[in-house]
Design a protein around this ligand. Structure first.
Ligand code: SF4
Ligand code: SF4
Length: 285
């Protein structure tokens, strides 16, 4: 397939940018892959319990999978590479710049885009020569000042303190981070909202509802709905239930005390722990 035909295909699958990259700029690329296709699909942020990124990323994943199948059917053998670290590639690609919050930025989308990676077994001329990462933040500290858990430090990014690292992880959320989770189920974009590199991007209105009452615990219908929205990696019944319990506690929603109390005897230790914390938080107000 010619590069221009691949670009047309990418547009048809809803991607707005396509870069042919050198596999040696990252790690974990399967042997035989001679070129990487980095695909970018922008999205608009919104204010809801689930960050728009996770839903957009799930759509982008399925579109990239269909695109790889289309390439293969067009005699251009291709494979989707969801496990390969694309952050390393972005750091070496001139259109991208990495902020202090570790997220990459690309004008005019700011940090609001999803990336997918396809491996090709044929050699395609690379879009750019790899460059050394450059500083995009200067003296700005807005994201560090706004982060509710102090994850962005002078010395670097403390991943273990970032809320995104703990949400739907299946582990008990550290006590000191539970309040900062607020009513969220998945995602935190505080550091993106304050970032001047995202200036001018107008948030969308979320048309979906994520009622906590239906997650304490979720039935099969609700679980299927979340699976379609955020994919199987995140849509795990116990993890959703545990996160919803924390969100209910943070909201101080007394109408959810009944299901929360019932969850204090759930088989999952994480759910029991979070439910007990939520009941205590609501009843002590
Ligand atoms: S995503 Fe939230 S918790 Fe993580 S660094 Fe940004 S503001 Fe802090
Ligand atoms: S808020 Fe400032 S320091 Fe943080 S990523 Fe944006 S420009 Fe960089």
């Amino acid at each position: 397939m010619k590069p221009e035909d691949m670009l047309s295909a990418a547009m048809r699958f809803g991607f707005q940018k396509l870069y042919f990259c050198d596999p040696s700029t990252t790690a974990g690329v399967p042997s035989g892959i001679q070129s990487l296709v980095l695909l970018l699909k922008p999205y608009l942020p919104w204010d809801a319990e689930i960050d728009a990124f996770y839903i957009a990323d799930n759509v982008a994943y399925h579109d990239a999978k269909s695109m790889a199948a289309f390439f293969s059917a067009s005699r251009e053998p291709a494979v989707l590479l969801p496990q390969v670290n694309y952050k390393m590639i972005c750091s070496a690609l001139p259109p991208f710049r990495q902020g202090k919050n570790t997220l990459h930025y690309h004008h005019p989308f700011g940090s609001y885009f999803c990336l997918q990676l396809i491996g090709l077994y044929s050699a395609i001329p690379f879009s750019f020569k790899a460059v050394s990462p450059s500083d995009v933040c200067g003296n700005c500290t807005l994201c560090a000042d706004a982060c509710p858990t102090g994850a962005i430090e002078q010395t670097g990014f403390a991943r273990e303190r970032c809320l995104r690292n703990h949400m739907l992880s299946g582990r008990p959320i550290p006590l000191e981070m539970r309040n900062a989770m607020g009513g969220r189920l998945l995602g935190c974009d505080v550091c993106q909202r304050v970032c001047p590199l995202n200036r001018g991007i107008i948030p969308a209105q979320c048309s979906m509802a994520f009622p906590l009452s239906r997650l304490l615990p979720p039935d099969d219908h609700e679980l299927n709905r979340y699976t379609e929205l955020i994919g199987t990696n995140y849509a795990n019944a116990n993890r959703l239930c545990a996160q919803a319990a924390l969100a209910a506690g943070n909201r101080g929603d007394k109408s959810l005390l009944g299901p929360l109390k019932a969850l204090k005897t759930h088989a999952s230790e994480v759910i029991r722990t979070h439910a007990a914390w939520a009941v205590e938080r609501i009843t002590s107000e």
